[in-house]
Design a protein around this ligand. Structure first.
Ligand code: MD3
Ligand code: FE
Length: 205
């Protein structure tokens, strides 16, 4: 099924279910090479652990955040994006009406119970015409999103294992965040939630 959440934002519940075992394996493979770590921003330590794969990865420190071609932790290029991830993101984007999506980066967020992500906008990719594709795995999260002004009214949805949301067009710069994760159990991840975000990045990095 396909639910339009807002202009340009399409929710595909369970779209990634058939790929879930391969996605869990891909997360293990990527994080064996580029380990999960907690970034520290101006706001303090982030409560979600992160890693990336693809040509570009997301990094942050107290001076700001950006996409880089190497993992600052290892000095090596980020691990290649596994085909199962890349193809899932391209198919999901097409299903939502965004043909020709070419993800250069997949950011992997890992949430333990109590972790969350404050309200923010995704900026710095340099490709405002390209959507962001997000894939949820593991235990549920309450996800809030609003409009392009921070104070716009929010909608809250619960994102479950296999749910995909494609954020493009008028929703590309929507404010959004994740409430602190409640402790539950998932057979594949124990008490963890993972979220994959796929992005096109301006190659001029
Ligand atoms: C709306 N991740 O990594 S996924 C992020 O669950 C991020 O880990 C959250 O926000 C998570 O930046 C939310 C849903 C999502 C992702 C990207 C978006 C919503 C978005 C970009 C623009 C608008
Ligand atoms: Fe975000």
């Amino acid at each position: 099924s396909r639910t339009v959440l807002a202009e340009g934002a399409v929710w595909l519940p369970g779209f990634a279910w058939p790929d879930a075992p391969a996605l869990h394996q891909a997360i293990a493979d990527v994080s064996a090479v580029a380990p999960f770590r907690y970034f520290h921003t101006r706001m303090g330590a982030m409560s979600a652990a992160m890693t990336s794969c693809g040509a570009c990865g997301w990094t942050a420190d107290p001076s700001g955040y950006r996409y880089t071609r190497t993992d600052p932790e290892t000095g090596e290029p980020w691990p290649a994006m596994p085909d199962v991830l890349r193809h899932l993101a391209i198919r999901a984007a097409s299903e939502a009406g965004y043909d020709g999506f070419d993800p250069a980066s997949c950011l992997i967020n890992r949430y333990a119970p109590g972790a969350g992500m404050g309200l923010h906008q995704d900026r710095g990719e340099g490709r405002p015409e390209a959507p962001v594709v997000s894939v949820s795995l593991g235990i549920p999260a309450r996800f809030a999103f609003g409009g392009t002004s921070r104070s716009d009214p929010k909608r809250v949805i619960e994102l479950l294992e296999g749910d995909v949301v494609v954020w493009g067009g008028a929703s590309r710069f929507a404010w959004h965040g994740v409430s602190r994760i409640r402790e539950t159990f998932h057979p594949q991840t124990g008490a963890m939630r993972y979220n994959l975000t796929f992005r096109a990045i301006n190659a001029a990095l």
